[in-house]
Design a protein around this ligand. Structure first.
Ligand SMILES: Nc1ncnc2c1ncn2[C@@H]1O[C@H](COP(=O)(O)OP(=O)(O)OP(=O)(O)O)[C@@H](O)[C@H]1O
Ligand SMILES: [Mg+2]
Length: 229
């Protein structure tokens, strides 16, 4: 097994003095390729902060994040954004779809940045639209889709560029249980077929049930870390 993510003594503090919040404290977490890991814990325990740091969207107060054997704090801004584009897919609660682009265009966006040829892009978009059950809705903009449909577009967009790592912050929050379940099945299929590595935060028991590893954070520290499979 190869290690794709490693945090070393990772700390993230916010504020100072009386308002100091130690959102993450001395985390040493190792994620192997192909793992399907849920990060759980009470509200405010540091789950979103951890995902942001691992994805290079935020900078640690101290400690390191190592992705595919590279310390991201040693990368230049351009190097880091290229790395993110090519290796990491993000799925966040607020979807972050681009409002003026259609579902299809939102899904294509990263592949365009990667310089993929039209033909390959179209093939992949058709394939993934089918997989998420949105074939007929390709030309709609986010505002013309339901929350669950937007969430599926966000998942498709994160997965279609075939990143090695997908980070998802509460991917099933705000979804009805049926849509949530089909989304999870999609993630699991990609995990099993393509060996993509998933880390997702969740409060959802259904998600926890399907995880192969559960890391529980309390007050910014790992309280337990168990593999269920
Ligand atoms: N930008 C920020 N400025 C100040 N404090 C912050 C900031 N971001 C997060 N925090 C604080 O850091 C702690 C961890 O927050 P985080 O968002 O990681 O929690 P979480 O586990 O994702 O919670 P939830 O389950 O509610 O999403 C909280 O106490 C939060 O208030
Ligand atoms: Mg959160």
């Amino acid at each position: 097994m190869s290690i794709v993510i490693e945090t070393k003594n990772l700390c993230r503090h916010f504020g100072s003095g009386d308002t100091l919040v130690k959102a993450l404290q001395h985390n040493n977490i190792t994620i192997e390729k192909g793992e399907f890991t849920a990060v759980i814990g009470p509200s405010g325990s540091g789950k979103s902060t951890l995902l942001q740091l691992v994805g290079g969207l935020d900078t640690p107060t101290s400690g390191d994040v190592i992705l595919d054997s590279k310390n991201i704090s040693l990368m230049s801004g351009v190097e880091l954004s290229d790395f993110r584009r090519d290796h990491i897919g993000f799925i966040f609660q607020a979807y972050n779809l681009i409002p003026v682009l259609s579902a299809k265009e939102n899904i294509e966006y990263v592949m365009q940045l990667q310089g993929l040829k039209d033909k390959e892009r179209n093939l992949r978009v058709q394939h993934i639209l089918k997989a998420i059950g949105l074939e007929g809705l390709a030309n709609r903009r986010p505002a013309e889709l339901s929350g669950g449909q937007q969430q599926r577009v966000a998942v498709a967009r994160a997965m279609v560029s075939q990143p090695s790592i997908i980070l998802a912050d509460e991917p099933t929050a705000n979804l009805d249980s049926q849509t949530g379940a089909s989304l999870l099945d999609m993630m699991k299929t990609l995990n099993e077929k393509e060996n993509m590595t998933f880390i997702f935060s969740t409060h959802d028991p259904m998600v926890m049930e399907r995880a192969k590893r559960i890391i529980r954070l309390v007050d910014g520290q790992v309280e337990s870390d168990e593999r269920t499979a």
